[in-house]
Every structure is written in structure tokens, then in C-alpha cells.
Design a binder for this molecule. Sequence first.
Ligand code: AMP
Length: 281
Amino acid sequence: MQILRTLAEMKALIHTWKDDDQLIGLVPTMGYLHEGHLALVKKAREHSDRVIVSIFVNPTQFGPNEDFQRYPRDEAGDLQKLKDAKTDAVFLPTPDQIYPADFQTTVHLSKITCGLCSMTRPGHFDGVATVVLKLFHLVKPDVAVFGEKDYQQLAMIRQMVKDLNLDLEILGVPTLRTQEGLALSSRNAYLSEREKEIALVLSQSIGFVQQEYRQGIKNVSELSARAKKLFENEPQLFLEYLEIVDAKTLEPLAEIIQPARVIIAARVGKTRLIDNGPVQP
Ligand code: AMP
């Protein structure tokens, strides 16, 4: 497994792979890898000849009061996991490689990034879109793999690829969970055992919406009001939002008559968690 830390090393490797007509699969991550990330690597393997994983805790997608400094990091552990998963190359750039001192471009999508997470994380999606587009230009992947766990992010990237006629395929991978249902996340490292139990309300409320919908409630205000009640009994749990939106455009719905998604962000203590699931007619 090759380990690359500079743009020059990266470009040279991509050059040789392209010369050999290798299909390239990219998996962008922020590290502190878990089984969810490794499912993305597996998917990339299935759809390409060479898999490259980037590990970059991207400063521009964190707000000033967010957890950029304390975001969990474990380079040695990540490299071992990626080696075991038969990754061909890992790109570990330093922030100055990605953002030199005179850097001044931002990629902004106007609509799909408006609601949901952008309400409490202004600028977050600009940071993601900018770094992902840079990675696409550097790695020139044929496929790039993202998790449904970050549903708004995945929808935004699909939109960006369409809007900018980028010549690659975006693949999504369903969210991997613990046996109890907690979505795997690097940020779960912040949670105590008790907080992990409390955090189960997120996935439980998704299951609740799906069940209520199957029993015939199609009105979105009613469904979300009922689901929000599940958050009220737990004082350590603060619901940021629970919305049921169009699965593709992420626009609000009144009734579920097309594929929809329930999307949630909540804080457990100081830790912000997100989760989502399908609500299918
Ligand atoms: P992150 O390192 O948190 O930025 O995540 C990197 C990629 O892994 C993103 O595309 C995430 O959506 C994806 N991912 C994170 N957690 C999970 C999970 N539990 N299941 C599937 N994909 C995930």
C-alpha cells in the first residue's frame, strides 16, 4: 500500500495508473476509520482496479466553535485497517498542501445545501464541496464512494457532479450500524456508554417514522410531530432537527407520495450526531 503526503507524489501515481488504463476508485474520509468507512473501500474495490483513500480532517468544513482540534485521529490504526482492506494507496495531505497561503476559491451549491445541517453549520457544505472537488481533480477517479450516513452531503455531491459535468460516477453505501442500531461514526468515540444508549433514540425515531408510515400516516407534519416526541423524555438529548424531505432534492414535503427521507441531527451532551433513513411509498 502506497502512502502519499504531497500533491506531487499523488499526481505521479495517478499518472502511472492512468497510463496503465486502471479504473480508479476514490474514498474521501476524515480518518479514525470504522467499519462504515471500510464498507466504502469494499464498494470502491468492486467498481475499480485501484482504490485510493484520502484521510484529511478538512479545516474549512468546521465552524469556529466546532471540534476541528479535538476531532479523533489515529493514523497508524487507520493505515493498518486500510492495508487489511487491500487499499492500493492512501493520500494523507497536510492542510497547506490542500490550502496554500493564497488559496481563494470556494465551491457553493445554492439550493440543496440550504436547509437541514446548514442551519446550524453555516459554511460547512462549502468546505466539503470545495475539498471534494479538489480531490476529484487531483485523483481523477472513475468512481467515488460516499456514505448515505451523510445524506445531505451525498445529495450535494451528486448535484455538483451533474451541475459541473464531472466525468465520474458517484456511488452511495447504506449506513453501517452497531447491533443496537447506532450509526457508526468517528464521533461516537466522544460518547460514554450511557450516551451511546441515549443516542439510540435517533435510529429508533427513524424506525418509528417508517412504521407509522406503513400504518397509513402520510402527512409529514403529523409523522414528524409524533417522532419528535421520542426525544422529549431524554434531558441529555437535544434535537436540532427532524425533517422528512424528498429523497432526491431534499425539499420539504407535505405528504409522502414519492420516495422520502427522514433526516435527523441531535446533540448528546456535547456531541453532535446525524442519522437518516428511507420512507418509501
Ligand atoms: P467521514 O470520515 O466521517 O468524513 O466519512 C467519510 C465517508 O464515510 C463519508 O462518505 C461518510 O458518509 C461515510 N461514512 C461515515 N460513517 C458511515 C457509516 N456508518 N456507514 C456508511 N458510511 C459511512
